[in-house]
Design a protein around this ligand. Structure first.
Ligand code: DC
Length: 223
């Protein structure tokens, strides 16, 4: 089967997941959130008391990990870690911090590569992450680099946390975002960068509806 792949990369908090999920629903494509896959690996390390900075132990534990991606009755992506649903747990802040560290290890990245490519070979996908257009799906029909200023991303994140009843100070949220941006762009394996043939979509001054319309327009022009 000839499948269509749409790659969306960009920094944390640029709205990739919400936008990609909505676009995928409209187009009838499978939405794949690859950040959730790295978070599942991080979850295993935290549960087993493995220090994320200890590259050797992290790498040695990979064969004990079975990561599965399934879609619930709600149509949402669920992550299974050795058979257990960890979809909520992977959103905890300590998991975010750990994922940012362990995702820098080449062994972790290659461990997850086949899984991501197989999904794109068997389904029309919108896949979001950091290296989808550059490494995972270099032949994707559409590549989008979705970004927004760190300040705009921090403001949106603060609002989200407030609505969830777990507010955090703006300065801390901004600091976390900047730290993760630095980690994601400075690692030597598959750093976050824009593919040469990617279309940039900057949502700093756009609301959700405007961002979604712009995203769908880019896809329409290429598929
Ligand atoms: O998008 P996210 O915040 O859920 O991603 C969690 C971490 O995983 C983040 O630090 C970047 C990393 N990641 C990655 O290295 N490559 C991807 N394709 C997706 C996420």
């Amino acid at each position: 089967m000839d499948t269509i792949s749409i790659a969306i990369d960009g920094p944390s908090g640029a709205g990739k997941s919400t936008l990609a999920r909505s676009a995928a629903a409209q187009l009838g494509y499978l939405y794949v959130d690859t950040g959730a896959i790295y978070r599942t690996i991080a979850c295993h390390m935290l549960r087993n008391g493995i220090e994320p900075a200890d590259a050797e132990t992290v790498t040695a534990s990979l064969p004990q990990i079975q990561v599965e991606l399934t879609y619930g009755a709600d149509g949402l992506q669920h992550m299974l870690l050795n058979g257990e649903d960890v979809t909520s747990e992977i959103r905890l802040p300590q998991v975010s911090a750990c994922a940012s560290v362990v995702s820098a290890y080449p062994q972790v990245r290659s461990f997850l590569l086949d899984m991501q490519r197989t999904l794109a070979e068997t389904h029309n996908v919108i896949m979001d992450g950091r290296d989808i257009g550059t490494v995972v799906l270099p032949h994707a029909q559409v590549k989008i680099f979705l970004t927004a200023s760190a300040e705009a991303r921090a403001k949106r994140r603060c609002l989200e946390l407030e609505q969830r009843g777990t507010p955090e100070p703006y300065e801390k949220v901004l600091d976390d975002i900047q730290r993760r941006d630095w980690n994601d762009t400075h690692r030597s394996t598959a750093p976050l960068r824009q593919a040469e043939d990617a279309v940039v979509l900057d949502t700093t001054t756009l609301d959700f509806a405007q961002s979604l319309a712009a995203l769908l327009q880019i896809i329409k022009e290429h598929v």
